[in-house]
Write a protein that binds this ligand. Structure first.
Ligand code: ADP
Ligand code: MG
Ligand code: MG
Length: 252
């Protein structure tokens, strides 16, 4: 599904990713943990195509498609979804209209006609129910005045509507209460299937009490320095990250 090899990326001439390797298969959930500033958000942003980052070496393929060759919008059309650490607010654009545009844009990319209005409304209804998202929030302006928890909920609703192949969730390091964590986790658990995959970026292990990852990776100083089973998250919680300072890339 996702194959990242020897990825190097910099911002303002500062090297952030330094040879990152990541292989994600369909049906899998991967957690990426690591200290602040390790490059976790950079990884998500580089894969999504934010243009402030310069990729200097390496490759990233999604289902055989060279992501680094594509404009950000084409990466999304190919099935990549990045949930931002800090979602943007877009006043004046209703959630539903935003999603209608996005859904039909993806259909057009695949050579399909726009959805019939009634089919679209049915899809909204079904997905709202699936991720327990209120009609009130669906009809409001995109993220405008949403609380942290509501923004998270909205992300999961967008995820359900767009049904991406690979979703990267970049969790905020703090400020998410337990209810917001549950929303994210329940959403991921509802939406996971044999045909998609998730990369969950998190600073703390508590999210992983609710989303059970197949693999936990430690991102340290721009590289994955250790990979292990879900128990690795607990070890990291207990020991912190400093003990990994001298690790070379290795697999537990
Ligand atoms: P993480 O998500 O693991 O906390 P980030 O990917 O956000 O780490 O940041 C990695 C490094 O890149 C940090 O040292 C950070 O200061 C730097 N960085 C991130 N964004 C920018 C930017 N826009 N300009 C300069 N440096 C940046
Ligand atoms: Mg950070
Ligand atoms: Mg971050």
């Amino acid at each position: 599904m996702l194959s990242v090899k020897n990825l190097h990326a910099s911002i303002d001439g500062k090297q952030i990713l330094k040879g990152l390797e990541l292989e994600v298969k369909a049906g899998e959930i991967h957690a990426i943990m690591g200290p602040n500033g390790a490059g976790k958000s950079t990884l998500g942003n580089v894969l999504a195509g934010r243009d402030v980052y310069e990729v200097t070496e390496g490759s990233a393929f999604l289902d055989g498609v060279d992501l680094l060759d594509l404009a950000p919008e084409d990466r999304a059309r190919e099935g990549l979804f990045l949930a931002f650490q800090y979602p943007v607010e877009i006043p004046g654009v209703s959630n539903i209209n935003f999603l209608k545009t996005a859904v039909n844009d993806i259909r057009e990319y695949k050579g399909l006609p726009p959805m019939e209005a009634k089919d679209f409304l049915q899809l909204v209804k079904d997905k709202q129910k699936l991720v327990d998202f209120s009609t009130n929030l669906a009809n409001r302006s995109l993220n405008e005045g949403f609380s942290g928890g509501e923004k998270k909920r909205n992300e999961i609703f967008q995820l359900a509507m767009l049904n991406p192949k690979l979703a990267i969730l970049d969790e905020t390091d703090s400020g998410l209460d337990i209810d917001a964590l549950r929303v994210v986790a329940d959403g991921v658990n509802q939406l996971r299937s044999e045909n998609n995959a998730f990369v969950v970026i998190t600073h703390y292990q508590r999210l992983l009490d609710y989303i059970i990852p197949d693999f936990v990776h430690v991102l340290y100083d721009g590289r994955i320095v250790k990979t292990g089973p879900k128990e690795l998250a607990l070890e990291l919680e207990e020991k912190g990250y400093d003990w990994l300072k001298d690790y070379d890339t290795q697999t537990a």
